[in-house]
Design a protein around this ligand. Sequence first.
Ligand SMILES: [Zn+2]
Length: 80
Amino acid sequence: MDYGMIGKIEKAKRYAQERGRIHFKSFTVAIDGENNAHHVQFTDGIWDCDCEFFRSRGVCSHTMAMEEVLKDMLPVRTEA
Ligand SMILES: [Zn+2]
């Protein structure tokens, strides 16, 4: 492996540990629920989910699961 690539790999490992460097802008995931798969979207700090519970409460087990998975990597949610 060339020297340049070794440097990049070391930098990547450091970046991966310095999580504050990473700012999620948007993503979509499918979460397999107990009955159906649900689609969770995150766009500029705003969550959305296609499940019924999210529609009435603005939060659900799917969005909370993603917050748990990505904890310390997402902006702090302010309660509405
Ligand atoms: Zn949901």
